[in-house]
Design a protein around this ligand. Structure first.
Ligand code: SF4
Ligand code: SF4
Length: 134
């Protein structure tokens, strides 16, 4: 997907191609068609094509604004206690493979709290035991 857009006022004069300082514009004649080409990786976003175009055909605002493209979508693993999203399922599998054991899905807060809760639970049992014995 390109953010360099040319509207239908373009008449293929090639002024932009000839005046692009980064060689980011080119054209190709295929049979009876002329194709105007733009290479985003080369483009310096200088705006020269927009300034120079006699047809006001370069829609430079899209080039300045840009947008985020989704390049990958993955399943998430959530904290087993509060459901906060943690990391991707694939990352969890990579980690488990490297550590040669499963990773318990816990957020930093609940990872810290868990030993404390375990201790509280155990001490609660001890208090109840004492009460019974008294
Ligand atoms: S300068 Fe404008 S009209 Fe000419 S080819 Fe480029 S975009 Fe099209
Ligand atoms: S913005 Fe500048 S570098 Fe990019 S295509 Fe236009 S003239 Fe070339």
């Amino acid at each position: 997907m390109s953010f360099f857009k040319v509207n239908n006022r373009c008449n293929g004069c090639l002024a932009c191609v000839q005046n692009c300082p980064a060689n980011a514009l080119a054209y190709e004649d295929q049979g009876k068609k002329r194709i105007l080409k733009h290479n985003m990786a080369l483009c310096a976003r200088c705006g020269n094509c927009w300034r120079i175009c006699p047809q006001e055909a370069v829609e430079f605002q899209y080039l300045l604004k840009g947008a985020w493209d989704d390049v990958a979508i993955m399943e998430l693993v959530s904290c087993a206690v509060c459901g906060e999203p943690l990391y991707t399922m694939d990352f969890s599998e990579t980690l488990a493979h490297k550590l040669k054991k499963g990773v318990e899905p816990l957020c930093p807060k609940h990872r810290k709290e868990l030993p404390l809760n375990t201790w509280k639970r155990l001490s609660g049992v001890a208090v109840q035991k004492n009460e019974v014995e008294l």
